[in-house]
Design a protein around this ligand. Structure first.
Ligand code: MN
Length: 191
């Protein structure tokens, strides 16, 4: 059985970038529903004893969708913290981004652009491949880069439920603001 993660911040801590209302729905309703649905469909599936990431790599259909969305949201929420005005990567992720993309600004531009242009619902990801090279991917719906053999480092949720209460249809404005919330120490731990 899987449980809803406890957020590493108070529900109103991400304001004004993400409201307490959005957190209440996103974490308390949407993510809780994925957890409930996965727990309801796991018995008898053969996946009962697997860790979440293994279920995402092996399952299909409803089990994949719910497990994928739990993994995606856990990685998303756990890397957020209260807004910081000049929030930039630190440590080895800062060096890796500079080496791979030329500058943080160039990386940020490409990542934001891939999030803005993803059609429909999904996620934009920064991951590391087997050689440690950084890659940005767009993933539809519940997809996660682990299914491509990548190690996920950072993600922005571009499902409308992630921003519609606060930004309505202005996904680009939401993505421009969310950089203030990224906890780069957590991203470093994943690298
Ligand atoms: Mn979401």
């Amino acid at each position: 059985m899987f449980t809803l993660i406890t957020l590493p911040f108070a529900p109103d801590a991400l304001q004004p970038v993400i409201s307490a209302d959005t957190i209440a729905f996103h974490h308390g309703k949407h993510l809780q529903t994925y957890v409930n649905n996965l727990n309801a469909t796991l018995p008898g599936s053969g996946f009962e004893d697997l860790p979440l990431e293994e279920i995402v790599k092996k399952a299909e259909g409803g089990i994949f969708n719910n497990a994928g969305q739990i993994l995606n949201h856990n990685l998303y929420f756990q890397a957020l913290r209260a807004p910081q005005a000049d929030n930039r990567p630190t440590g080895k992720i800062a060096q890796a981004i500079e080496a791979q993309f030329g500058s943080f600004e160039a990386f940020q531009k490409e990542f934001t652009q891939k999030g803005t242009t993803l059609f429909g619902s999904g996620w934009v990801w920064l991951s590391a491949d087997a050689e440690g090279k950084l890659v940005i991917t767009q993933e539809q719906n519940a997809q996660n880069p682990v299914t491509r053999g990548l190690r996920p480092l950072l993600t922005f949720d571009v499902w409308e439920h992630a921003y519609y209460v606060d930004y309505q249809n202005r996904r680009a404005d939401h993505l421009a603001a969310i950089w203030q919330l990224i906890n780069w120490e957590v991203v470093n731990q994943r690298l």
